[in-house]
Design a protein around this ligand. Structure first.
Ligand SMILES: Cc1ncc(COP(=O)(O)O)c(C=O)c1O
Length: 420
């Protein structure tokens, strides 16, 4: 261990509970990174990794994208937060609305978690109803009223300390289950304020909607007078410039964005139909935040959206992702292990199990996810940085060199796995 790293885990443990600043990182290998550039990371020992975690998604343009970094540095020189408006904020909002293509207006925030709250509050205010429908396995942030444990088919609190009753207003159905959703609306339609969903389930597997499923969600919400909220925190700007709404051709009433929106800068957004969003503007519905649309955040959004619109990377990313998915499946076959790959080229899931696609959380849980979580540690030891839960994110910075390196390293890791 290098002198730089020596003692760092213990120092971290002393002053940061668990040594990590987000519980999502508790199970990951305790690596300290010194630097990220493009699609690669370097730890304190100077070991290099090909990165398919991308900070859980935000580094969609690659780490330290020069245009975004320069824009943020330049913006910071003119001040950071004014408690008032500034021109970049308007430019960011204009570009956001133009890029996504369907919302009328947008409010920026800092984290996906808080923008989800704004969307749910707005839906309840607009409908005068309380109940919200969601799908088992979808994640909508870590706050008391949304954090849910779906283990063993249940849907209870996922953390000690969540107040009793915090989850009482939820109605939960399996993703892609047309009958369950229709029956739910037959029974509770008049009580439902909103349906919130990850249009493609990315927090558990990488499970696209079955053909027609999102259309059904759209139709049922419309008929019941409920608000449809797409949680596009992962899919926004990743599946397409217009996110999952554009990719799948279904327009929600509201959507929440984060991660890929600002080249790694902490920014989120709630956007949607003007008549709903207007309730923020009249003050009827509260949405606040000291750091909302800070100068640097706005600069990061403008630089990111400039980059994504002037040279759209989507075809290149898809090509990379498609070849990577095929390459991983081929390596699995060659090594005689049931390595399975499912999802879209921009965000796919790798695990061990039968090759047939899964469509919901129960199907995902039938796979050998524990084996993959162990394999992800082996991958880290071979210079491939990925999430233990199996999702792989491709960025605009991944190129031919990364494809060659990652397949070579996965090959080595599978050899190691077979030798155990
Ligand atoms: C779909 C989805 N919604 C909401 C969130 C919460 O966003 P944040 O971690 O920025 O609070 C996440 C985070 O991973 C997410 O994937």
């Amino acid at each position: 261990m290098s002198s730089l790293v020596e003692g760092l885990p213990a120092r971290a443990e002393r002053v940061i509970p668990g040594g990590v600043s987000s519980n999502v990182r508790l199970g990951a290998p305790r690596v300290f990174f010194q630097r990220g550039e493009g699609a690669r990371l370097w730890d304190l020992d100077g070991r290099e990794y090909v990165d398919y975690l991308l900070g859980q998604g935000p580094a969609f343009l690659g780490h330290a994208h020069p245009r975004v970094s320069a824009a943020v540095a330049e913006a910071a020189r003119s001040g950071m937060v004014f408690g008032a408006q500034h021109p970049l904020e308007v430019e960011a909002a204009e570009r956001f609305v133009a890029a996504t293509g369907w919302p009328d207006t947008v409010r920026f925030g800092v984290s996906g978690t808080e923008s989800v709250q704004a969307a749910l509050r707005l839906a309840r205010a607009a409908t005068g109803r309380q109940r919200i429908v969601r799908f088992a396995g979808h994640y909508h942030g870590w706050l008391d009223n949304v954090l849910m444990d779906f283990a063993n088919g249940g849907h209870g609190p996922a953390s000690a300390g969540q107040p009793a009753g915090a989850l009482a207003d939820w109605l939960v159905v399996p993703f892609n289950d047309t009958e369950a959703l229709t029956a739910l609306f037959d029974r509770h339609g008049a009580e439902i304020a909103a349906v919130i969903c990850e249009p493609m389930m990315c927090n558990a597997g990488a499970i696209p909607p079955r053909p027609g499923f999102l259309d059904l969600v759209r139709e049922l919400t419309h008929r019941a007078g409920a608000v449809l909220v797409f949680d596009e925190v992962i899919t926004g700007f990743r599946l397409a410039l217009g996110g999952a709404a554009r990719h799948f051709g279904v327009t929600p009433d509201l959507a929440v964005y984060g991660k890929a929106l600002a080249g790694g800068w902490p920014v989120s957004a709630v956007a949607g139909r003007g008549d709903l969003m207007a309730r923020f503007g009249t003050g009827e519905v509260n949405h606040s935040g000291t750091f909302n649309a800070s100068v640097m955040a706005a600069a990061a959004i403008v630089a990111t959206l400039d980059t994504l619109t002037s040279a759209p990377p989507y075809a290149r990313i898809e090509d990379h992702g498609r070849r990577l998915m095929a390459g991983l499946a081929e390596l699995g076959r060659r090594h005689g292990v049931p390595l399975r790959v499912q999802g879209l080229p921009v965000a796919f899931h790798v695990s061990f199990g039968p090759p047939r696609p899964v469509h919901d959380l129960a199907g995902l849980h039938a796979l050998d996810l524990a084996r993959y979580a162990r394999f992800a540690r082996t991958l880290a030891a071979h210079g491939v940085w990925v999430a233990g839960r199996g999702i792989w994110y491709v960025s605009a910075a991944h190129g031919e060199a990364e494809l060659t390196d990652v397949l070579d390293r996965v090959d080595q890791a599978l050899k190691h796995e077979n030798d155990l």
